[in-house]
Design a protein around this ligand. Structure first.
Ligand SMILES: Nc1nc2c(c(=O)[nH]1)N[C@H]1C(S)=C(S)[C@@H](COP(=O)(O)OP(=O)(O)OC[C@H]3O[C@@H](n4cnc5c(=O)[nH]c(N)nc54)[C@H](O)[C@@H]3O)O[C@H]1N2
Ligand SMILES: Nc1nc2c(c(=O)[nH]1)N[C@H]1C(S)=C(S)[C@@H](COP(=O)(O)OP(=O)(O)OC[C@H]3O[C@@H](n4cnc5c(=O)[nH]c(N)nc54)[C@H](O)[C@@H]3O)O[C@H]1N2
Ligand code: SF4
Ligand SMILES: [Mo]
Length: 670
């Protein structure tokens, strides 16, 4: 029996350090949180406490397979890696000879956040001259909105929330998706700090809040502007800070009269008195901290909402108050040279760029050349991509050759021509940054690969060899790549030694990160952004109404507590804990339609129809419906993904998804 350290590979801001207990036969017996890691502090979420069940699931894919029945039927026969690689290389060469490199497309998801494995495919497809992606399903609007105000900067250190006296959780369900940061807030709470949650429904975090403020989806910019109106009107702002550290306050002042609490109330549904109270609490707090979620950014107004909220700390000088400020992502804490892994220089020239969010459309309607060779790596688009009926039609195309590298027989893998078994992170090397803390971690494999599973890196190395690509990026040792990726590790011997010995390290001193001012064009926090104007956005914070649409209910599709995207569908115990696919609706919405609790209902819009169990709860306001989680189709009443209902429209910034910005109708099943 051994205890070995590894890292949680999932797309979660907490990037935990895990201690795995491995028996003498090389099986993972159990997992627990690493008490020495400064952010994990010995705790894991309920999902990864069950990780042994995922790693050793009887449903793991262990061998390469070739399709033996109609597309999508899930019939496969076992083949060898050699056969698989030969067939893939042949098909690739034929496709490229006929249509050119851009006929090839790789959809890569966030199944494994390790930098080495997550990017292993990139140089390969650059070399082919394949079509590239822009945007993703997750966070590009949040990234871009934040950057317009703040520049590419960290914001406040996550742990510093322990010293706040007021935490505002804005569009995030921290209890499910950022529990380790919430644990730091518990310290502040002991000292009397309060937590306010602003969210369209009363999620798990809102249930723990001192004050829960329900807001109409997509109207957050209006609320933030209403707060600014009150802060300025009541003199609750920090003049010296504004003068020294911000840009464009005079211009901001000119628009604030448009956002009087009464007008903002009509847009947001938040009573005017509550807007005043919220602004006063914020302006009078000793060190107010705003934790911004990605959730509110997945809307056609998402980028602007984030950009606007990010202005608030600038008005009250919150970044200069220990325990105050705001946090979106911590990526800037990991200065890195991504080109070491991605090698854009291997591209034959500028290649075509496709919007990842419009995956179904791309498969069906993009021509000159059409996509005829598809690779899927670390993603499950047949469940997780919007306008899902379109995605599935695209995957069914007979003239599309699809290769899926996976750990499980996902919905996407069922559509493949060749399915290849992937290792889990417990079986391969990687290095992990984080988007919710500032510690870099390295993980050696803790067990041998199961069956014939290969890591992403080993797969693309073997395929590169078959294709006759001899660039050294395909064969360099993992650890060498990792050291090259982070220049700090080259320069700083002590950090390098600590990193190599498996310690979680910070690459950049915190004070250095903040000392350079704001990395915006003006060097200040930008209330007014010339760059936004150039990019075609309003240069000042703004509230723009969502256009009217068919459908009585605004559908939100946030994460479930006991799963993570689609990655835990095979762990039965977690599924049981999550319950079943329900649509949460207000009891009044149900009564109007004669719907009883716990009966099947149909949820529909112009994109399609999906069945759910009705869950009646006043956690959800009238006019809103909430479906938590993306269930595997085989666990739903009618074999459909929730994403049948979501649109492939893009966000206002960053080419992101608008998963929380869709209208639906519901009816009783007759
Ligand atoms: N309705 C709705 N849709 C959503 C969301 C939502 O909240 N609601 N969330 C969206 C968000 S934020 C995201 S990030 C996306 C996520 O969507 P995806 O990127 O598609 O991620 P997952 O659905 O988790 O699928 C990841 C797959 O990667 C596989 N995998 C894990 N590690 C490896 C590896 O090392 N190699 C290979 N080859 N495969 C591996 C896993 O087995 C898993 O099946 O979904 C989006 N879609
Ligand atoms: N347990 C669990 N943890 C996860 C995941 C998971 O699936 N399960 N997914 C992981 C991934 S890939 C990601 S990207 C992160 C996502 O983590 P978060 O940043 O938490 O983002 P979401 O979970 O998408 O959204 C959270 C909240 O945003 C709210 N929201 C939606 N629209 C609006 C709006 O217009 N205004 C406001 N104020 N709020 C709104 C939703 O109601 C929901 O409560 O979580 C990660 N962690
Ligand atoms: S999913 Fe998140 S909270 Fe759970 S172990 Fe992984 S990093 Fe930690
Ligand atoms: Mo995500």
């Amino acid at each position: 029996m051994k205890q070995l350290k590894t890292v949680c590979p999932h797309d979660c801001p907490d990037t935990c350090s895990i201690i795995a207990t491995v028996d003498d036969q090389g099986n993972v017996i159990s997992t627990k949180g690493d008490p020495e890691h400064p952010f994990t502090r010995g705790a894991l979420c309920s999902k990864v406490l069950r990780y042994a069940e995922r790693v050793h699931s009887p449903e793991r894919l262990l061998y390469p397979m070739r399709r033996s029945g109609p597309k999508g039927s899930g019939s496969f026969e076992r083949i060898s890696w050699e056969q698989a690689l030969d067939e893939i290389a042949d098909r690739l060469k034929q496709a490229v000879a006929k249509h050119g490199g851009e006929t090839v497309y790789c959809l890569s998801g966030s199944g494994n956040m390790g930098l080495i494995q997550m990017n292993a495919h990139v140089p390969f497809f650059h070399k082919i001259g394949a079509s590239r992606s822009r945007g993703d399903l997750c966070s590009p609007a949040a990234d871009e909105g934040w950057n317009y105000t703040m520049g590419d900067m960290v914001g406040s250190r996550p742990e510093s929330v322990a010293d706040t006296d007021l935490l505002i959780v804005w569009g995030m369900n921290m209890a499910s998706s950022n529990m380790h940061m919430l644990a730091f807030f518990k310290q502040a709470k002991k000292n009397g700090a309060r937590m306010i949650v602003i969210d369209p429904y009363k999620n798990r975090t809102a249930k723990q809040a001192d004050w829960y403020i329900p807001i109409r989806p997509g109207t957050d910019a209006a609320l933030a502007l209403g707060m600014m109106n009150v802060l300025v009107g009541e003199g609750l702002i920090d003049w010296p800070y504004i003068e020294k550290y911000t840009h464009g306050f005079d211009k901001l002042l000119q628009i604030l009269p448009e956002y009087a609490p009464e007008r903002v109330s009509a847009a947001t549904g938040v009573p005017a008195e509550d807007i005043r109270r919220l602004a006063r609490l914020y302006g009078q707090a000793r060190a107010p901290f705003i934790r911004l979620g990605i959730g509110l950014s997945r809307s056609r107004r998402g980028g602007m909402s984030i950009r606007t909220i990010a202005c608030l700390p600038g008005l009250v000088g919150a970044y200069h108050k220990p325990g105050g400020g705001a946090l979106m992502f911590t990526g800037k804490a990991f200065p890195r040279r991504m080109e070491v892994l991605t090698r854009p220089d291997l591209m034959p020239g500028e290649t075509r760029i496709l919007d990842l969010v419009r995956f179904g459309h791309n498969l069906l309607h993009v021509a000159e050349p059409p996509i005829t060779c598809l690779f899927v790596s670390g993603g499950n688009p047949a469940l997780s991509c919007p306008d899902n009926n379109l995605v599935r039609q695209g995957l069914l195309r007979d003239d599309l050759f699809t290769v899926v590298h996976e750990q499980f027989m996902t919905d996407t893998a069922r559509y493949a021509d060749i399915v290849l078994p992937a290792t889990t992170s417990f079986e391969n090397f990687d290095v992990y940054k984080s988007y919710g803390h500032t510690y870099l971690q390295k993980a050696e494999p803790v067990i041998a690969p199961l069956g014939e599973a290969r890591s992403n890196r080993d797969f693309y190395k073997a395929l590169a060899e078959k294709m006759g690509f001899d660039d050294e990026v395909f064969t360099r040792p993992n650890e060498e790549l990792a050291l090259d990726l982070f220049p700090t590790l080259k320069q700083d011997e002590a950090k390098r030694a600590a990193f190599l010995s498996g310690k979680a390290i910070e690459l950049t001193d915190w004070d250095d990160l903040l000392s350079g001012g704001f990395p915006t064009p003006s060097g200040k926090l930008e209330f007014y952004s010339e760059r936004m104007a150039r990019d075609g956005h309003p240069p000042l914070p703004a509230y723009l109404e969502l256009p009217e649409e068919e459908g009585e209910l605004h559908l939100l599709t946030p994460p479930a507590h006991f799963t993570l995207n689609t990655s835990f569908g095979a762990v039965a115990k977690l599924r049981e804990q999550e319950g079943k696919p329900t649509l949460k609706i207000h009891p009044e919405s149900a009564r109007e339609r004669g719907i009883e609790a716990d009966e099947w209902i149909e949820v529909y819009n112009k994109r399609g129809t999906v069945r759910f169990w009705a869950q009646l709860t006043d956690d959800v306001p009238l006019g809103v419906a909430v479906a938590e989680g993306v269930w595997w189709t085989e666990h739903t009443p009618d074999n459909h993904s929730i994403n049948v209902l979501t649109s492939d429209r893009l966000t206002d910034m960053g080419w992101g998804s608008t998963l929380h910005d869709n209208r639906v109708s519901i009816r009783k099943l007759t």
